[in-house]
Ligand binder design. Sequence first.
Ligand code: KIV
Length: 286
Amino acid sequence: MSTAGDSRAITPPDIRARKGGVPLVCLTAYTTPIARLVDRHCDIVLVGDSVGMVLHGLPSTLGVTLDMMIMHAKAVRGGLEKALMVVDLPFGSYEESPEQAFRNAARLMAETGCAAVKLEGGEAMAATIQFLGARGIPVMAHIGLTPQAVNAFGGYRVQGRGEDAERIRRDAISVAQAGAFSVVLEKVPEQLARRITSEIGIPTIGIGASPACDGQILVSDDMLGLFSPFRPKFVKRYAELGDQAGAATAAYADEVRKRRFPAAEHVFADAPKDADADATGSGGAA
Ligand code: KIV
């Protein structure tokens, strides 16, 4: 498990100090097995509110609750040893006031052991970021395309093109000045990402924001080919595990229907031949 008290675990100040260095590697995780898989390769593991769309089949991240984030973050914590665990504050849990944000961020930290939270918004969230930072809660900011504002944006469009660039630039400067230890830049043009990265003193972590950023983040299920309803242009699939899982399921169904599974090696005799094999019990993972 990764917490600030664990000397092997990466901390928010470690991330902050990586500005301009070897790019930061970040992925999402929502479960213990995926957390175990990505931990050794990542600097940051984000328990993102994308969990709502990816695991719960919701149409957007707006229906994700604090209780859902806590449940998934507890699962992820059990699979981490090294990476910094950051947990998203979901829609409606922090925007009302710095006090509301503190109350819910403190609950996330106390119940999950996470060492930092992420929230969406730039200039409008600067006072909240400062309030949390002053009370011991490290904040990763998220600007550009902020999915919780999908209705205000009218879709998941690229942000900060043309004259709109100045708005995103101001957001980046505000969250850095407010004390965020890093900022996610989502779906913004390369020139803008490059400019922001050179102008602010905290690491920029890009998702659809070019290699100019100080690090990259992707949703693990996108990168592994496990999420198929849509594929944004910025996603590179490093595997097609969804296709493999589909083929494995078809093979299982075929063998069951033809009585080829279970085969002799999966069947128990009346008198145990091998005490250990029988002692593994009925659990599939035993
Ligand atoms: O919720 C999420 O997974 C995110 C990342 C994609 C940045 O916010």
